[in-house]
Every structure is written in C-alpha cells, then in structure tokens.
Design a protein around this ligand. Structure first.
Ligand code: SF4
Length: 465
C-alpha cells in the first residue's frame, strides 16, 4: 500500500481521530482565482457560449476541452494552439482546477483512492475509488457530500447529507484519476487511462441531477473523455421520476441498487423504497430499457462488423465497434445486490428476486458486504453467495459476484467514507444506540430463525455486539 498524505491538515483525517481542522491561513487556489470562472466542469455547449461571451470563436471550446480533459493541462500558457493574446486573456478571466486532493492511497492490488476536500470544515470530504480488473480501469465517482437516503448498510448514509457536488467537483474526480497516470508522461504522449465510470460513490446521483448529467455529457464528449455510453453507468437507489427524466436527456447505462426482493425488507435496507416501492421502481426500469434502441436497430457499422465476423476475419473490436454491436446499453439494467448475512441472502430471497425481475432485461451483480466500524450487518458466507448466484444463473440470469478490492485502503464498496469521522448528529445518535445496546445486551438469539423484521433487527444488533 502506498499512502500519500498531500497536506498536513489531512493527517488527522488519515489517523481517523476526528480532529481534522481545515481552517488555514495558507492561500488556496480558490482564493487566487476569485472572480474567475472555472472551465473544468463546463460542457461543450456551455464552453462555446462562454467563449462567445468573451468575444472569441466557438471552436475554441473544443480546443480548450482537449487540452484540459485529454492532456491534463490546466495552464493556459501551455495550450500552444491558442493565440498568445487569447492565452493571456484566459489567464485573466478563467482557470482550470479540480477539487483539492488531501489524501491518496494506492492499494497493492492496483486499486487507487483519493480523498477530496470540497469545502471548508468537517464533513467536506468525498472519496473516489479506481478499481482495475479484466483490463479495465473503473472509476467510482461521488455525486454528493454525504447522502440523505440513509440506507441501513451504508457508511456514507451515516454521515447525513452535506451538499451537492458541482460539475467541476464531479468531473474533477475523473480528471484527477486520469492525471495520476499522466503525471510522469510528457504532454504529447499522454493518454487517458480510466476506461469505465460508475456514478456509484457517495450520494444519490439522481438527487443532484443537472451537475451529474453535465459531468456525464463531458465523459461521453469526443472532445473531452470520449467514453462509450456503455462504459458510463449511473447507479440509483430508485428515485423513480428522475429515472424517467434521465432517459429523456442522456443515453448511459443504468444500475439499480436493489438489495432486497420485497418491499418489507427493502423499506428497511433502502428507506427511499417507502416513497417509491418496488412495483413503481421496476416499471421505471422497464421504461428506461424500452427507450433504448431495439436489437433490430443495426447501424451500418454494426452490419459491416457482422459481415466481417461471418467471414471469420480476425476482428478486434474497439469501444466504438463494440457499441455498434450493442447500439444501446439501455437494453438491460444492472441490478446491484449487497449480500448481508442472514438478512437478504436466503433461498427464498433468490426466488423472490427471480420473480421480481421477470420480464426486465437485467444482469445481477452480487456484492459481498464490506463491514465498516459499527456496521449492524455481516458479510454473507462464500457458500451462501455461491448458492444465491447459482439460483439466479439457473433461472437464466447473468449473475456475477463482485470481487472485493482495495480492502487494505478501505476502498471497497461500502467503505467509501473510510476513516471519515462521523460528525453529524444522526451519526452520533446512531453510534450511541449501538453502545447502549452493547451495554444492555444479554440476548442469545440464533442468527437464522426469524420471521418478522422486528425480530431480525434484534438479531442483527446482537450479532453486531
Ligand atoms: S447506498 Fe447510496 S443512496 Fe443509500 S445511503 Fe449510501 S450513498 Fe446514499
């Protein structure tokens, strides 16, 4: 593990002592850029408009975007295809800055984690995790500081909600991750490294809709990151009206953090389910899928590739060709299902899940739970997870089990807030409840026999003590 505390203020964070004091008398980049505009989070359209407002041609937007997003250049003086006068003007009125990295860790398994400060004071930290696997580098991006939805298995939810992230703070996470691979490479030889993005970090992305969509537009834009729409995934806990709205404005992959196959259990694990129950969520997922291009909608490129393959020609598909074979990622939804020991991992739950997904083109991703301090749940056993996977596979579903990565840097899913001290009143109350229970605990309840959610809660508290 390679740990790099970027500034002294962050050291208290890494020690987890909760005493981080972000006040500083050192001038921050933001201070130097007062009254200037940050270009990092602007979509192409916004940047074109901006250049027109400062008396420049629209096409400058594409040029500047390439420098910023593809080559990682933030100093206008290094943007050599811009006229000197324009470089000088931009230096006066604009700047390019990602959020401040206060801490970074590189895991032995290749996982990388960054902690960003996105404001003053405690609770203004967000995390981003890059997970390499199967030749891909997948970046898990945060959309909010904290989260209001308080899913019972999620450490982020215990922080409470602080604020929405701005577009520059969202796309800045991708910019920094790519930059981490570019640092020692001359500008002319730089390539972007992150291959996939999942909006699955801290926060509910559909509750920060416009900045998240703007950021995803940049991810897809050929002048910025040029990512395939198949490789940009938004994961939601189920904000039903916004799923429809998402389908109206952008074409990206959709994942649903389901975690329970019936309303009683989901109400408890994912409380937003009380507002948008499963019947509504599944209907929204179907509508999203149906918006995608039908299988018969083959592009000319698709047909050409198929013809080539029919001739048994050696074909190596790049992302664009891959897209042509699958014109829209919306043809299926990814179902995320965290495996909680004795809670949602029983054969009955697998059966209910199969019934629930009937008719919805979907792939299921089982996520072994990663316990965090004071977590009231445990991780399902490997045998239990395998049995659950088999039940779904036997029913005809593609069902994968997520490999747990980055444990040595608290980067695995569910540990995103890592050692961030819980400072909200809700977190304090929650911890207090656990301490009270530990003190009073005399129960010897068996972990498998339960019939009501009330009983189950009691069992889980007992197990957690
Ligand atoms: S699982 Fe997602 S939606 Fe639920 S509390 Fe955590 S960050 Fe929020």
């Amino acid at each position: 593990m390679n740990v790099d505390v970027v500034d002294a203020q962050a050291s208290s964070f890494t020690q987890g002592d909760g005493s981080s004091n972000c006040a500083s008398d050192v001038a921050k980049p933001a201070d130097r850029n007062a009254n200037k505009v940050n270009l990092l989070g602007m979509t192409r359209k916004e940047l074109e408009t901006y250049f027109e407002t400062i008396g420049e041609k629209k096409f400058r937007a594409a040029q500047v975007m390439k420098w910023i997003h593809q080559l990682g250049v933030t100093d206008f003086n290094e943007m050599t295809n811009l006229a000197g006068a324009l470089r000088e003007k931009l230096s006066r009125v604009a700047y390019v800055a990602a959020p401040e990295v206060v801490h970074r860790e590189y895991s032995n398994d290749g996982t990388r984690k960054w902690v960003f400060r996105v404001g003053e004071g405690a609770g203004s930290l967000v995390e981003t995790v890059l997970i390499p696997a199967d030749g891909r580098k997948t970046l898990c991006i945060s959309s909010q500081v904290g989260c209001a939805l308080d899913c019972s298995f999620c450490s982020t939810g215990k922080q409470g909600f602080q604020r929405d992230l701005l577009p520059a703070e969202i796309i800045g996470q991708l910019w920094v991750a790519n930059q981490s691979y570019m640092e020692d490479t001359p500008v002319g030889e730089r390539t972007r490294t992150v291959t996939n993005v999942v909006m699955m970090g801290m926060g509910e992305p559909l509750l920060n809709f416009e900045p998240v969509v703007a950021s995803m537009q940049l991810m897809l834009d050929d002048h910025a990151y040029g990512m395939s729409k198949r490789r940009v995934t938004l994961s939601t806990s189920g904000i039903v009206p916004m799923i429809d709205k998402l389908g109206d404005v952008i074409d990206v992959a959709l994942a649903i953090s389901l975690h329970a196959p019936n309303d009683e259990l989901r109400n408890e694990l994912v409380p937003i389910n009380k507002k948008y129950p499963l019947v509504e969520l599944m209907a929204a997922a179907r509508r999203y899928v149906e918006r995608g291009a039908p299988l018969s909608d083959k592009s000319a490129q698709h047909k050409a590739i198929q013809a080539k393959m029919a001739q048994k020609a050696a074909v190596t598909l790049d992302d664009d060709q891959d897209d042509a074979l699958e014109p829209s990622r919306k043809k299926h939804v990814t179902i995320e299902y965290v495996m909680l020991d004795g809670v949602n991992d029983q054969p009955l739950h697998a059966k209910q899940l199969i019934q629930l997904l009937n008719g919805l083109p979907s792939k299921i991703n089982l996520i072994p739970f990663n316990p965090f301090p004071h977590a009231p749940y445990g991780r399902s056993s490997r045998n239990r997870i395998m049995a659950f996977q088999k039940a779904l596979s036997d029913a005809g579903y593609v069902c994968t089990v997520r490999t747990t990565r980055g444990d040595d840097i608290d980067a695995a899913c569910g540990q995103l807030v890592g050692q961030v001290a819980d400072r909200t009143r809700r977190a304090e109350k929650w911890k207090q409840k656990i301490v009270e229970h530990q003190n009073a605990n005399t129960s010897k309840l068996d972990s498998t026999a339960y019939s009501t959610s009330g009983q189950r809660r009691e069992i889980l508290r007992t197990r957690g003590s």
